[in-house]
Design a binder for this molecule. Structure first.
Ligand code: IPM
Ligand code: MG
Length: 361
């Protein structure tokens, strides 16, 4: 079996971390009997440098022909990079938003797991994290503030900007269904996060989520305001199984959730549509400050590749093996700089990838 994978290496640390994920995929293929062919796709700053835009129509078309896309990260340093001299719609991030929309990737799954071995890298007190935690953020990815009407105008010499937060009930229903479906395979608990004490879009969100919940009597649903959720994530992350939320809240809460696992370099993500197609990317950014140094943590990208094998290719055994290899390597005390703690051995990006490959053999 050959897996037809699009690869967006992107900017900053993207090429380095993606190279390790490809290495791990090839290794898993050798053991579990598949091959991977990779179609390189340009997006973000890498595309601006060649085509002047962060994503071309041809790249979108090529991505649609692949069965899944693995991505590194896009963007650069907003202060120094010439990409940020361009108007907002031509900057690297615009490419990412466009591909999410074009491929209708409305369901963004961001699992945050505290590995016991990384407890020392977690900034929370031991009494809070003892026994670890395992939560999943189901973030709506193609609606809300990110895609609403926006603009900046000057009236009587005063600049005014606006962004609009819109959701219709169908958009809410389809992401809620995803959250409940996945909760059925987990601990059957959904916390839906909104700001229903202020926003109309959140009141509609609550109403629709409650309707969907009726089809899942085994799942416990609670509602939580987003400010409270931000607090609960550091107060008691163990209480969460599936967090269901809209685009912007999910963006913010997922960075917070990643940090309580020890590092943003550990957080994988899958962006899915109604088919088996998915875009898989680490939740972290392009980290231009450490790009090219060979020290970036490739684990989030490697775990994203494992999610790809699971969700797009039904290669569950290979995905399990990759996840187990990551645990094993951490147990053996190997760490990249971002998760380094006393008594462990510090390794670079490439060596971390190779160790995980060895663990799959
Ligand atoms: C993420 C990123 C993106 C987002 C940026 C780069 C547009 O922060 O994937 O979380 O806000 O969705
Ligand atoms: Mg983000």
């Amino acid at each position: 079996m050959n897996l037809n994978i699009g690869v967006i290496k992107g900017d900053g640390i993207g090429p380095e971390i993606v190279a390790e994920a490809m290495k791990v995929l090839d290794q898993a293929g050798e053991v579990y009997g598949f091959t991977c062919s990779y179609e390189q796709l340009l997006m973000g700053g890498a595309s601006i440098d060649v085509h002047g835009v962060p994503l071309t129509d041809e790249t979108v078309a090529k991505a649609k022909e692949c069965s899944a896309v693995l991505m590194g990260s896009i963007g650069g340093d907003a202060k120094t990079s010439p990409w940020y001299q361009l108007e907002p719609s031509k900057r690297p991030e615009a490419g990412l938003l466009r591909i999410r929309k074009e491929l209708n990737l409305f369901a963004n799954l961001r699992p945050a797991v505290l590995y016991e071995e990384l407890a020392a890298a977690c900034p929370l007190k031991e009494e809070i994290t003892k026994g670890g935690f395992d939560l999943l953020i189901m973030r709506e990815l193609t609606g809300g503030l990110y895609f609403g009407e926006r603009g900046t105008v000057e009236e009587n010499g005063v600049l005014t900007a606006h962004d609009t937060l819109t959701y219709n009930e169908e958009e809410i229903r389809r992401i809620a269904v995803r959250a409940f479906d996945i909760a059925m395979k987990r601990r059957k608990n959904v916390v839906s996060v909104d700001k229903a004490n202020v926003l109309d879009s959140s009141r509609l969100w609550r109403k629709v989520v409650e309707e969907v919940a009726k089809d899942y009597p085994q799942v416990t649903l609670t509602h939580m305001l987003v400010d409270n959720c931000a607090m609960q994530l550091v107060r008691d992350p163990k209480q969460f199984d599936v967090i269901l939320t809209e685009n912007m809240f999910g963006d913010i809460l997922s960075d917070e959730a990643s940090m309580v696992t020890g590092s943003i370099g550990m957080l994988a993500s899958a962006s899915l549509n109604e088919t088996k197609f998915g875009l898989y990317e680490p939740s972290g950014g392009s980290a231009p400050d450490i790009a090219g140094k060979g020290i970036a943590n490739p684990i989030a990208t490697i775990l994203s590749a494992a999610m790809m094998l699971r969700y797009s290719f039904d290669q569950d055994k290979a995905a399990d093996a990759i996840e187990a290899a990551v645990s094993q390597v951490l147990k053996e005390g190997y760490r990249t700089g971002d998760i380094m703690s006393e008594g462990c051995s510090e390794v670079g990006t490439e060596q971390m990838g190779s160790l995980i490959c060895e663990g799959i053999r």
